[in-house]
Ligand binder design. Sequence first.
Ligand code: DGL
Length: 270
Amino acid sequence: MNSGAIGIFDSGIGGLTVAAAVRQLLPNESTIYIGDTARVPYGPKSPETVRRYAREILDWLLHQDVKAIVVACNTVSAHALDDLRTRSPVPVIGVIKPGARAAAHATTTNTVGVIGTAGTIASGAYRIALQRINPAMRVVEQACPLFVPLVEEGWLDHEATRFVAEEYLRPMRNHGIDVLVLGCTHYPMLKPLLREVMGPEVQLIDSAEATAGELARVLNELGLVAPARSAVTQRWVATDDPARFAKVGAVFMSGSPAPVELAELGKLDA
Ligand code: DGL
């Protein structure tokens, strides 16, 4: 047993969907969530830059003595997971494998759609994970970079978002997918709209719940589960503009993440 906190990080606010799933499944666990709001978005950035940013966050979290780390960001999981794992003395869990596993389990046609940031789609990380599970899997991929700013604007059910979704997803409908992986932290917020655009025969897979399940499995396996009666704490940390983090964060969780601390990642090097 171990009452240390679990570190959860994302490029910004979207990873709160994963934090909420962790809180729901593991209410006895303390968490420290850090969102790199100073440098978001990671989606359009190069793999090298994303890896460098992710290492800085890893170092910051390890300074907080976390017992495990959840990479709640799809783009970081796609570009940096192996690198983080080789550097971390504590287990590091990403969102891609759990999401791919859930999708492979759900599809009956072995034809899966994946949407994500430009970086996640360019990396092919979901396709690779899905085809590792089933080499015969057909994977149809589409980057949807405009979804992130639309969600942050709170335009979850808005004509502009519907128009953009139609543009991105229309070609996918002709491929006979029966499962669509929402391979970005922000996309679960668009579930009702995406369900309308894709139709009822396409199941939407959100990796947040699957990732919380994977975290629970790892904590159990390594004997890191918090004792039932330990005091539970939650810290919310941003690298810029804590007030905006709290405000926009409320869109991603029931209740606003507050109070929000400010961290300066560069300070660790000093
Ligand atoms: N958190 C990112 C992801 O899941 C989306 C936002 C960004 O581009 O940084 O890929």
